[in-house]
Design a protein around this ligand. Structure first.
Ligand SMILES: *Cc1c(COP(=O)(O)O)cnc(C)c1O
Length: 393
């Protein structure tokens, strides 16, 4: 076997391969609808947005779907519309937007740990953090993998807390055979370019609660029902028609994209399980994960290199990686500047976050690339001692 590129061997890929790419429809169909929208003069929050909302609600089997500019504004608006106050329980193992939206509402995030198998919020860690100021639990579908929703619903019900899901990764995820979208008080999806279905930029809020949906529709338009007399602190989160047009087309492709990513994830696992020190997050039997990301946990002693050492070795092969999610939110600069900054004890979050490595995945990624990445990883493992030597020196 040739040496890994980091030791002077030939690179596995001549050019850097993509880490992620949106799977986009034929431009022909898009252009036809864009020109219809232009001709009508209605270029924001109109017919195509409504069509996207209807299609998404039908697909997810939920009563109401409200389109917004992105998942972050959707989270901000949902927290506002639900009237959250005081403290909100949230995992730190997430994309920062989950927590930023809490802070934009002047609420205090109370971080809880994740379970070490699925990397999702651990219901067992929640109860001790509930007090009279707590108003909600915000859970995340990490990589599109559903958290323990039954466990969360039980706690939320018993303590009369709102339950909201950051479902940014979860369009098409299933829990106990049911689509994400109808759980808790509301779920918020992202349609940004790195997510499975995309509108360029966009977000979808789903709920079975009619009153909430009405409030969200008003809220995305400054909370102005039409008389310029705003009813609460709304914002402008109207989705442009051009985004909705793209969203409608990518939504048609959702099942194929999810199936494809599951296939790629199975292939990754099949090939990588032979290598010591590489672990995968657990997807429950009755759940469906979208694999928005494919992240592996690197046990440094068993693998022989730590996460950073492996990432550098893969980079030399022209294989880009990311750290989803590192640093954990409570370790980020902005949180250290918060006035209420407090001591956070999250041993599982810190352990997983410190050793997580996300490998390339996107819906039309060739299987051949997965095979080559796995071969590159095996070669790096084989030469781990030599690599460690140069990395330490
Ligand atoms: C991408 C993402 C968001 C933010 O979504 P936008 O549409 O970019 O605002 C929020 N939460 C999670 C978990 C995400 O991955």
């Amino acid at each position: 076997m040739d040496k890994p590129a980091i030791l002077g061997g030939r690179r596995f890929f001549r050019k850097e391969i993509p880490f992620s790419r949106p799977t986009l429809p034929k431009t022909q169909r898009i252009l036809k609808n864009i020109s219809a929208s232009m001709d009508s003069g209605m270029i924001t929050n109109s017919k195509f947005v409504k069509k996207l909302e209807d299609k998404a609600a039908k697909y997810l089997n939920v009563k109401h779907c409200v389109a917004v500019t992105n998942c972050t504004s959707g989270l901000m608006l949902t927290f506002r519309a639900l009237g959250l106050t005081g403290e909100v329980i949230v995992p730190s193992y997430t994309f920062p937007a989950t927590v930023l939206a809490i802070l934009w509402n002047g609420l205090k995030p109370v971080f809880v740990d994740i379970d070490p198998k699925a990397y999702n919020i651990d219901p067992a860690c929640i109860e001790s953090r509930i007090n009279s100021r707590t108003s909600a639990i915000v859970a995340v579908y990490v990589y599109g993998n559903p958290p323990d929703i039954n466990g969360l619903e039980k706690i939320a019900k018993a303590s009369k807390l709102k339950l909201i899901f950051d479902a940014a990764h979860a369009f098409g995820s299933k829990y106990n055979g049911r689509f994400a979208g109808g759980f808790g008080d509301a779920e918020i999806f992202s349609l940004s370019p790195t997510k499975l279905i995309t509108a360029g930029e966009g977000g979808l809020i789903t709920t079975d609660n009619y009153e909430l949906a009405k409030k969200l529709i008003m809220g995305r338009n400054y909370a102005d029902p039409g008389d310029y007399n705003c009813r609460f602190i709304g914002l402008n989160a109207r989705m442009p028609e051009s985004c909705a047009i793209l969203g409608i087309e990518t939504l048609q492709d959702a099942e194929r994209c999810i199936a494809r990513r599951n296939k790629l994830a199975r292939l990754y696992k099949l090939r990588l399980k032979e290598i010591p020190g590489i672990y995968f997050h657990k997807v429950e039997e009755n759940s469906r994960c979208t694999f928005k990301d494919f992240s592996v946990y690197i046990e440094p002693k068993q693998f022989g290199l730590n996460r950073d050492g492996l990432a550098a070795s893969l980079k030399a092969e022209n294989i880009p990686t990311r750290y989803y999610f590192y640093p954990a939110v409570h370790k980020q600069i902005f949180f250290k500047k918060c006035y209420f900054r407090y001591k956070v004890h999250l041993p599982v979050t810190e352990k997983i976050s410190g050793s997580i490595l996300s490998l390339p995945i996107y819906s039309h990624m060739p299987e051949e690339d997965v095979e080559k990445i796995c071969l590159a990883l095996k070669r790096i493992y084989k030469f781990r001692k030599e690599i460690r030597k140069i990395q330490n020196g």
